[in-house]
Write a protein that binds this ligand. Structure first.
Ligand code: PEP
Length: 249
């Protein structure tokens, strides 16, 4: 899977053009689940562009209530039925906007309840890594979500994105070995806690056309969540091609 998080970039017109260019760049790569996550203002227009292309649509965030006096928020009920995915727990939400682990859990459960596929982002800061707390941090972030799952609909439709905060938008990519080590840990943690198979786990953090193939060569890395480079369709297309199963690449 290769998903592009556009963050707070592009006008609506630019976003429509970018979505068309991504579809063209993604078309030759069979067997890769490709998604774009434009800003909320663009979702409906980009939804039209993506029709029939196989490229899926995602939102970058969501609130956990269905409706009500929550000025500025967007609910999962508003996205359900036409938007495929929603990203929750991105480090910019956690660190710039103070989103807590339990709030991420509420967003996760509410999105699943509305049939949205959830990309759950987890990852440690550089201080946490230096203090040897990487596994403890991702475990805590995952467990906060799992704590809210009781009574929630089946967990058949979710993806985890391991995104070390120190690698996001910094040009400092985790080495394939560093990413593999944490992704393997995450998968084992999910299996231990949920007594079920782990979903796909993506790596995110300064993924480029130059480093994608070496990350995808690791046994547990199932794709990438891409920020900056997802705004450049041609380079994003190279990342998509690098994720293609070998016999269709
Ligand atoms: C992201 O925003 O999820 C991300 C990984 O950003 P970048 O690729 O720019 O580091």
């Amino acid at each position: 899977m290769v998903a592009g998080n556009w963050k707070m970039n592009t006008t609506v017109a630019e976003g429509i053009a970018l979505a068309g260019a991504v579809c063209a760049a993604a078309a030759p790569a069979d067997g890769v689940d490709v998604a774009v996550l434009p800003p909320f203002t663009h979702l409906w227009a980009v939804h039209s562009v993506l029709q029939g292309t196989g490229v899926r649509l995602g939102a970058q965030d969501v609130y956990w209530k269905d409706a009500g006096a929550f000025t500025g928020e967007i609910s999962p009920a508003m996205l359900a039925g036409w938007c495929d995915l929603v990203l929750v727990g991105h480090s910019e939400r956690r660190h710039l906007f103070g989103e807590r682990d339990d709030e991420v859990g509420k967003k996760f459960v509410a999105s699943l309840a509305h049939g949205l596929e959830v990309i759950l982002a987890v990852g440690e800061t550089s201080d946490e890594r230096d203090a040897g707390q990487t596994f403890a941090v991702v475990d805590r972030q995952l467990d906060a979500v799992f704590a809210q799952l009781e009574g929630a609909p089946g967990l058949d439709s979710w993806v985890i994105a391991y995104e070390p905060v120190w690698a996001i938008g910094t040009g400092r990519t985790a080495t394939p070995e560093q990413a593999q080590e944490v992704v393997a840990h995450i998968k084992q943690h999910v299996r231990d806690r949920l007594l079920a198979d782990s979903p796909r786990v993506l790596y995110g953090g300064s993924v480029t056309a130059a480093n994608a193939a070496s990350l995808f060569a690791e046994p547990d890395i199932d794709g990438a969540l891409v920020g900056g480079v997802s705004l450049r369709a041609e380079e994003f297309g190279v990342i998509i091609a690098a994720a293609a199963p070998r016999d269709s690449a």
